[in-house]
Design a protein around this ligand. Structure first.
Ligand SMILES: Cc1ncc(COP(=O)(O)O)c(C=O)c1O
Length: 357
């Protein structure tokens, strides 16, 4: 039985939704409803509602504004050719959200509550799920923050969970060039790198600005201790394809986000005659491999970004083009396979899709 029940949210007329869906952008439009729940020590998780998407009253002493207890997720709902609507592996996001909460000393949301919140939000806002033209889908943004009025450093005693829904296009224009920043780090041993908390992204913004100044779209992060190991992109995991048929990605080390797309591509690899390999990847090996031709393709992947070919890397010392500087055949084949499963045009061999409506 659904926990999150719709109230009397006014509905946007269908012709206005149709107009918005012609050019959804990313985060320009929101579904009529948002899902919400609250947590207190006395009641635990309670107050499950679908309420109109809009401003929420808050005190300026809100804990999250001062001490940064905030975590989020990102997943998508896809419209299939028969018009049915499906989520991609929501259980993976639910589990990661709970792990992020634990790392940030927040009460984990039960995974079944997470799944119910996204299912009910999409089910009540199906008109906002776009036709798949151009890779359009509905992006869901579950997030949770310390909502106690609290000036004083300790874990908050009240939390709010909200899910926003929005029609979107893929986030990055293809293809990408990545910037290897010489002076900033995203994560460290014992830090919050594998949690999906807002602070990780705030930390990264200065290097992203640097990347844009250097003609790149994103950062390729290195480990903070030695600055010699490749970790991931700012909002994406990183992969290399080798000439001898390996699909290589840095092993999860507590500092890298355990991406759902990453996990899915590793599972799809054998279906493309690729051997999935998770291990340490040094920057030297990457650059030498690109220069020698041992590494033939690189790409970055994530829910918002899907799979974006990486055709160049740049640092203060190095500027290198990958392959012939155009998206590689393996990258395109993996992208076509994954998006085919998501949009219902390829067999869902792993039973990843979760029907909503
Ligand atoms: C830092 C970071 N790495 C990797 C990813 C890719 O994760 P996923 O495939 O679950 O979207 C994301 C996006 O959520 C991210 O923000």
């Amino acid at each position: 039985m659904a926990l999150f029940i719709a109230g009397n949210t006014p509905r946007t007329p269908h012709r206005e939704i149709a107009e918005a869906l012609k050019d959804p952008g990313f985060g320009r439009w929101f579904t009529d409803d948002m899902a919400r729940a609250d947590w207190s020590p006395e009641q635990g998780w309670h107050g499950f509602v679908l309420a109109p998407t809009g401003a929420i009253p808050m005190h300026p002493g809100l804990a999250a504004l001062h001490y940064g207890q905030e975590i989020f997720e990102g997943l998508k709902a896809y419209r299939h050719p028969d018009s049915s609507v499906w989520l991609f592996r929501p259980g993976m996001n639910a589990a990661r959200f709970a792990r992020s909460a634990t790392r940030m000393a927040m009460p984990p949301l039960p995974e079944e509550v997470f799944i119910d919140s996204v299912v009910e939000l999409v089910a009540h806002n199906l008109a906002w799920v776009p036709e798949p033209t151009g890779g359009a889908s509905m992006y869901l943004r579950p997030f949770m923050f310390g909502s106690e009025t609290l000036i004083g450093v300790r874990a908050a005693n009240a939390y709010t969970y909200i899910v926003l829904g929005m029609p979107v296009m893929p986030f990055y224009p293809d293809p990408l060039r990545l910037w290897i920043t010489p002076n900033y780090s995203r994560s460290m041993a014992g830090g919050t790198g594998e949690a999906k908390c807002g602070g990780n992204y705030a930390t990264a913004l200065i290097a992203e600005n640097q990347a844009h100044d250097m003609g790149c779209q994103q950062v390729l992060w290195l480990d903070s201790a030695t600055r010699s190991l490749v970790e991931e992109g700012g909002t994406m995991n990183f992969f290399a394809v080798t000439a001898d048929g390996e699909l290589l990605t840095p092993a999860l080390n507590g500092q890298i986000l355990a991406g759902v797309t990453r996990d899915s591509l590793l599972a799809l690899a054998p279906h493309h005659d690729l051997t999935p390999v998770e291990r340490e990847l040094t920057l030297d090996e990457l650059l030498d491999g690109i220069a020698s031709g041992r590494i033939t393709e690189t790409f970055a992947c994530g829910t918002a970004a899907v799979i974006s070919p990486v055709v160049g890397l740049r640092s203060p010392d190095v500027e290198i083009t990958v392959g012939d500087g155009t998206p590689g055949a393996t990258t395109r084949a993996l992208r076509e396979h994954l998006t085919g499963i998501q949009f219902g045009t390829r067999d869902d061999i792993f039973h990843w899709m979760h029907r909503v409506g």
